[in-house]
Write a protein that binds this ligand. Structure first.
Ligand code: AP5
Length: 214
């Protein structure tokens, strides 16, 4: 399965990607996670990415495309992959099309998560991410047993720098302006599968698996 997840910030892409990558046995490739790992390691890529991420803006296409090209060339993608957060612009989508032609591996589907802005703001404001294992929690919708501590590995839970209210607003604008045109792009390519992501995590997983098997 070669799958793309698209949807606004906070739609639940990362949460569902963890289930779906296990379900289909494919690697989860999140450009946001790769950028954040580089920010934490203070690599030149991370320092450049941070300038854009902190303002809620996209990292420039040429940097992002080169990074994804490298990642897709790794051996674990030969049986498929799940792209979470890429592509995010029409230029990235066109570059991905070329990469997949070179790899002779067409996409199977693009799964769109639909959720309204008010819900997104509530989800992002309460998101906490484990610094150690990356598990995503929510203070209200999916709280850990002990505040600030990951149930799965005991790691410390942190709030992402770009989950501040003003940055969330900017990320939503950027999604509308630069990423939402991809919905039409993939609909025209006959690849788009859309589901409502306004439901419990388990219900959204069921909807996703059902929609992808239809
Ligand atoms: P990225 O990390 O991709 O962020 P995003 O797309 O804004 O998405 P999020 O991770 O914020 O949300 P999500 O949809 O994964 O939701 P989650 O599952 O965590 O990108 C960050 C930045 O990196 C970008 O702004 C940009 O600067 C840069 N970047 C990344 N890719 C790029 C690209 N291709 N080009 C250029 N720049 C790029 O869920 C959110 C919360 O809701 C959690 O707390 C979760 O527990 C909760 N939740 C999830 N599902 C449910 C549910 N069904 N019910 C209730 N709560 C739920």
């Amino acid at each position: 399965m070669r799958l793309i997840l698209v949807g606004p910030p906070g739609a639940g892409k990362g949460t569902q990607a963890k289930f779906l990558s296990r379900h289909y046995g494919i690697p989860h490739i999140s450009t946001g996670d790769i950028f954040r790992a580089n920010v934490a390691a203070q690599t030149p890529l991370g320092l450049e990415a941070k300038r854009h991420m902190d303002g809620g803006n996209l990292v420039p296409d040429e940097i992002t495309i080169a990074m994804v090209r490298d990642r897709l060339s790794e051996g674990d993608t030969s049986g498929g992959f799940l792209l979470d957060g890429f592509p995010r612009t029409l230029a990235q989508a066109a570059a991905l099309d070329s990469m997949l032609v070179e790899m002779d591996t067409p996409l199977d589907a693009v799964l769109e998560f639909q959720v309204d802005d008010e819900e997104v703001v509530i989800r992002l404001a309460g998101r906490r991410t484990c610094q150690k294992c990356g598990h995503i929690w929510h203070v209200k919708f999916d709280p850990p047993a002990e505040e600030g501590v990951c149930d799965l590995c005991g790691g410390e839970l942190i709030q992402r720098d770009d989950d501040r209210p003003e940055t969330i607003r900017r990320r939503l604008e950027v999604y509308e302006e630069q990423t939402s045109p991809l919905v039409d792009y993939y609909a025209k390519a006959g690849l788009l599968v859309s589901i409502s992501a306004s439901a419990s995590v388990e219900e959204v997983t069921d909807r996703a698996v059902e929609a992808l098997s239809a």
